[in-house]
Write a protein that binds this ligand. Sequence first.
Ligand code: ADP
Ligand code: MG
Length: 401
Amino acid sequence: MAKRTIDDLTDAEVRGRRALVRVDFNVPMDDRGAVTDDTRMRAALPTLDALFARGARTVVLLSHLGRPKGGPDPRYSLAAVARHLATLTTRPVRFVTSTVGPDAVQATTSAAPGTILLLENTRFLTGEEKNDDALARQMAELGDFYVNDAFGSAHRAHASTEGVAHHLHPAVAGLLMDTELRFLGDALAKPQRPFVAILGGAKISGKIDVIDALLRKVDALLVGGAMACTFFRAMGLETGTSLVEADRVDMAKALLSRAKDTLLLPNDAVVAPSLDAAATPHAVARDAIPAGEAMFDVGPRTCEAFAQRIAGACTVVWNGPMGVFETPPFDRGTRAIAEAMARATAAGATTIVGGGDSAAAVDGMHLASRMTHVSTGGGASLEFLEGKVLPGVAALDDRSN
Ligand code: ADP
Ligand code: MG
């Protein structure tokens, strides 16, 4: 069921009112407290602008930051994030040192029209992650309607992402959330075929469910990363010192026999004795991985084969790097996929990147703008691809038509 968005709100629901917006400002910071990557913050700005354009009086922001344990911790204060936000917008930004309670409510009602308020870290409150109902009710007093724009947190049922939506209506999706749901949702629900998915990353264990779900939908599933090594072991190949999850080999066997021709594994690998700069990497066929070496990337023949599949696809979804892209030259496989996807986008295909490290890789290669969509949600996009219902989405108002 489609969810109501900001665009569906009536003027009476927005004008002169306080918008309580859950954003995902869980941004990386350096030890001096400066924001080092503000992608998530900039991604939320269109929602804030849209709310003011619709006549909202005040925008009240809730977010978590990091993983503070059991109470307030200055290292995780959103004060520094508020300062950074002030540099991204011409509107006045005010930081509020409390998250809920009389002072916070007072700040939301007394702020000058046009002000953006950022409240303190939701995870300073013990009820947040427990989705405590009393806390959710307190949060509901901070606004006159609720907007969830935190796609990256939507797979968690917390007071600020799920509970509050039961006590404050309208409860609608923000523009960023709506974009994520539309791209990921359409890709899975009605993909233009051929539909090709690419999976990589370190571990197969966290991605079994997504392999399973995608195998039912795609025309081809291309597997790279260390994940491929667990499949190699399942095929009885030598994997040397590669990262293999021994306790998942049986599961990999079962997936292989079920997948038949849909699942494509690398046919060659770039191996080295270690990730050391001095260790010389070389490409070998997948059945010739030396006993003392590890696969750190897919090989050149694989890059070519995967790129060809991507070129022939109309929908491409990618999660997980093909190799240890953080350590060149083991970034070549990941780069080859990103470039093939960029070319596919230009040729008219829908290309979607999900996953924290994959998105970072595409960003680092300056190819993000050449994808149809790069998801801001790591874990959330993975759960979405698994076909799970995200609680933060489910709690929002359904669209009537
Ligand atoms: P994402 O965040 O995009 O979902 P993951 O977190 O699953 O991706 O995996 C990313 C990590 O996988 C990267 O840190 C990368 O170095 C690692 N990785 C990829 N291929 C290999 C490999 N062959 N051996 C060891 N690590 C790998
Ligand atoms: Mg990751």
